[in-house]
Design a binder for this molecule. Sequence first.
Ligand code: NAD
Length: 374
Amino acid sequence: MVIVFMPLCVKHVLHSCQTVIPQCLQFQWLSVTFLIMMVLKIALIGLGRAGRFHLNSIRRASGIQLKYVVDLESTAAEAVAAEFGCSALSDTGPVFQDPDIDAVIVATPTLTHYDYVMAALQAGKSVLTEKPLGVSLKQIDECYQEAEKKDRILFLAFNRRFDPSFSQVAQRVKNGDIGTVQIVRTTSRDHPLPSMDYIKTSCGIFHDCIVHDLDMLRFLTGEDPEEVFAYGSNFIDSIKELDDLDTVIVQLKFASGMLATIDISRNAVYGYDQRVEVFGSRGMLQAENRIATTTVHFSEGSVQRPAIDPSFPTRYQEGYFIELVSFRDCVLHGKVLPITHADARKNYIMAHTAEESCRSGKPMKIDYGCGVSK
Ligand SMILES: NC(=O)c1ccc[n+]([C@@H]2O[C@H](COP(=O)([O-])OP(=O)(O)OC[C@H]3O[C@@H](n4cnc5c(N)ncnc54)[C@H](O)[C@@H]3O)[C@@H](O)[C@H]2O)c1
C-alpha cells in the first residue's frame, strides 16, 4: 500500500471523488493541512465480461491503483495496460512475487477461482473473487482458512448486496417497515444468453446464477431457509445437451413460516430482468427493473416505455462500484467484511441442496451443519 501526502488545495478534489478518509488519518502540521491518502495497489486477473465491469469501477474509484492486468489473451491485456499505464501479463507469477501488490481481483472462469485465490492468499495478497469461490465446501473452507492464517481479506463478490435499491429494501425490512415478513420473491432472468463456452464451465445454473438469489434471500431477511424444493426445465437444446437447465423455480421455507420463491431464466429476450419483492404484515417492498430514461411515448392505441437494462454491466454498475470501494475499505481501513466465511458456506450448501432437490424431484431439508461432500 502506498501513502500519499496531499496538501489542502486538493482536499476538495478528493471529496468530490467520494474518497473515504477517516478522521484519524487527517492531521494538521505547521498550519498546513495534509491528508494521508492510502492507495491500494492491485492486479486484475481475467479481462472478460466480469473483468470489464471491475475495470469500470477501478476507473471511478479513488485510492486504487491498477498495477497489473493478467489474461491468457495477451492482446486484450496489452490494450487495457496501455489505458491504465500498468503491466500486461499472461501469467500471475510476477504479481504474486511483487511485494508492492496488496490485493488481487479474480475475474477468471469459475473453475480457476480456487487456484488463483489460494495462490494469491499464500503470497500474502488480499483477494476479491468473483462467485462462486470454490466448487466444494472443502475448497471454500480452505480459502477462508488460508485468509485467516495470512491475516488477509477474502471478499466474495455477491455484488447484489451492494445494489442501492436492494440494500434499501434490506434496510427497510430490518427497520420493521413492513412488519413480519411472510413472502419474498426474486426474479433473475439473464440477457443476453451467455455463450455455451461460458455455460459449459459455469458449474451449472444453481452455482452460477441461483447463488446470487439465495444470497439475496438471506441478505433481505436475515433468516436462513430450512427447506427447499426446486423445479427445472430446458427450453434451449444446447443447454440440455450439457445436462444443465435454463429455467428454474426454487421454493424455500423458513423456520419463522416465511416462504420464498426464486424465478430464474438464462435468457429473457426483453432485457436483464432483476426484481425483488418482500411482502409483510404491514406492507410490501419492491425493487423494480432499472430503465435508462423515464421517457414514455403515448400514441394512438399504444404506450411505449424504454427497455430495461440490457445486461449486468449497466444494471449493477453502481453495485459493482460500491462493492470495490467496500473491498478497498476492508483492506486499507479495516472495515468489517460484509460477506463472511459463514455466508459463503451457507450459500454453497443452499445451492447444492436446491440442485439435489431438482434432480430428485423432492423437497429437501437444508443441513447447514452437514458435510456436503461434493
Ligand atoms: N457477479 C456478476 O455479476 C458476474 C457476472 C459475470 C460473470 N461473473 C463471474 O466472473 C467469472 C468470469 O466470467 P466472465 O463472464 O467474465 O467470463 P469470460 O469468459 O467473459 O472472461 C474470462 C476471461 O478470463 C480469461 N482467462 C481464462 N482462463 C484464464 C486463466 N487461467 N488465467 C487468466 N485469464 C484467464 C479469458 O481469456 C477471458 O478474458 C465467472 O466465474 C463468473 O461466475 C460474475
